[in-house]
Write a protein that binds this ligand. Structure first.
Ligand SMILES: Nc1ncnc2c1ncn2[C@@H]1O[C@H](COP(=O)(O)OP(=O)(O)OP(=O)(O)O)[C@@H](O)[C@H]1O
Ligand SMILES: [Mg+2]
Length: 442
């Protein structure tokens, strides 16, 4: 049988060697690191199944390391070792996703027990939690396979899927799985920024390039050199800006605004959209030549309702992440109800739902009645929606806007994403219907 790898992070060498020795005696492959920096290197090389970390480290603290690890792989069990009397630190660690903590001094049997439990309690086989992508449906397994295979290629990737399906998670995974991982992952949302500003953001500019260009500014392409540039909501990119992006893809060079020289860049482009680019092409809103350039490696993430096998894993994962001390589990009836919900808002909607329950309950068991009170009304996206008889277009639109705002917790950008319209359109329509903007208090 293959040995399970355990990483021990502690700058106190004597202490670390003792733990390494004990772990090796228990049959684990024990690795050591003395700093956060070393720990991250070791993790990317060896992908340990469990991490034990001391809190005080020379280049930061164990909680920071924990946070980094949780963002890379929320399923990775991390055991934090705290000094006697720092209970607050321990509570903080648990809140941030640590599996457990041990207070110094501890018995070696105590540690062995916690390690064994953590490795057993891991909700799913290790390979399906890689890079923070949780799921065991055929679709997710296939996506994980693609991520690993394409991580070291430089070809552009286009990720498609409904809002909240995990497009950004997959983009980050592609970056984290390949040799670019030590370099920047730079994200920009093409829907959130007006066209001229987006151009300046992407390409950067020289001082004096336009009124207001008070000093040189580095563009996102350049920032992401040797790394990955994530162009989110690419379908919203202005048609006038699209040829400029196409040129970068064709030539591998960027020109800053107001600058004559060109700069060679090696930036991997990963873009994402929840819009149907082909239909945008038919409408003349998206260039087909750009589409083919971006879509060299297509990755489609199906909606959660089409991969219900993933729902229990995700629900348990979020319950564990948001639980207060003591843990939060889900009863069978509640899980059954959750699995059968349509989740039009996909993983994000499921995540918010569990978070809401965790806020009220803290810890314990999520029962059927807890789901009833917190399950969101299914908000059916525009394209699959039919209006109640007799309702006018305006009434239907207003109802959908109100419900999207409720669902997004009054977050305008999210609401716009749910409705699949640009944010400025949402603002315009809200004005038209006399709806108050939640982000502008009177
Ligand atoms: N497979 C997954 N495993 C773990 N967490 C996930 C997964 N898919 C999505 N999530 C979580 O769900 C939330 C939404 O994911 P993400 O932001 O990647 O979606 P998106 O497709 O980019 O959405 P949008 O179209 O609204 O931008 C995030 O908090 C993310 O961490
Ligand atoms: Mg996104």
């Amino acid at each position: 049988m293959q040995q399970v790898t355990v990483l021990i992070v502690d700058d106190n060498e004597v202490q670390r060697k003792v733990i390494e020795f004990n772990m090796a005696r228990e049959g684990y492959a024990a690795l050591g690191a003395g700093t956060i920096h070393d720990a991250l290197l070791r993790i990317s090389e060896h992908r340990p199944a469990l991490v034990i970390t001391d809190v005080m480290l020379p280049d930061g603290n164990g909680i920071e390391l924990l946070e980094r690890l949780m963002s890379l792989d929320p399923g990775l069990p991390v055991i934090v070792i705290t000094a006697f009397g720092t209970i607050r630190m321990a509570v903080d660690a648990i809140k941030k996703g640590a599996y457990d903590y041990l207070t110094k001094p501890f018995e070696k049997e105590e540690l062995s027990l916690v390690v064994r439990q953590a490795l057993q309690g891991r909700e799913q086989p290790q390979d399906t939690t890689r890079f923070g992508i949780i799921g065991e449906s055929p679709a997710i397994k296939e996506i994980l396979g693609i991520v690993q295979r394409i991580a070291d290629a430089d070809a552009p990737v286009l990720i498609t899927g409904e809002s909240g399906t995990g497009k950004e998670v997959v983009a980050q995974a592609i970056h984290a799985a390949g040799s670019r991982r030590g370099r920047p992952f730079v994200a920009i949302n093409c829907a959130a920024i007006p066209a001229d500003l987006l151009e300046a953001e992407l390409f950067g500019y020289a001082k004096g390039a336009f009124t207001g260009a008070l000093k040189d500014k580095e563009g996102r392409f350049a920032m992401a050199d040797q790394g990955t540039l994530f162009l989110d909501e690419i379908g919203s990119m202005d048609i006038g800006l699209q040829p400029k992006l196409l040129r970068v893809l064709e030539t591998g060079t960027v020109e800053r605004l107001g600058d004559t020289g060109t700069m060679q860049i090696n930036t991997r482009i990963v873009s994402a959209t929840n819009a149907d680019l082909r239909s945008l092409i038919r409408k003349g809103a998206f260039r087909d030549d750009l589409y083919y350039r971006l879509n060299v490696i297509p990755v489609n993430i199906p909606p959660l309702r089409e991969r219900t096998e993933d729902i229990p894993l995700l629900a348990r994962h979020f319950a564990a992440a948001y639980a207060h001390q003591g843990g939060l589990v889900i009863s069978d009836e509640a899980m059954d109800r959750i699995v059968h919900h349509p989740w039009y808002g996909n993983v994000r909607e499921l995540q918010n739902f569990i978070r809401r329950i965790a806020v009220f309950k803290g810890s314990g068991t999520i029962m059927l009645q807890d789901t009833a009170a917190n399950l969101p009304e299914p908000v059916v996206p525009l394209e699959h929606q039919s209006s109640p008889a007799g309702e006018s277009m305006d009434e239907a639109e207003k109802r959908m806007i109100v419900s999207a705002l409720e669902k997004s917790g009054n977050n305008m950008s999210r609401a716009a994403q749910i409705l699949k319209i640009p944010r400025h359109k949402l603002i315009y329509r809200m004005k038209k219907f006399g709806l108050k903007r939640p982000d502008k208090s009177a």
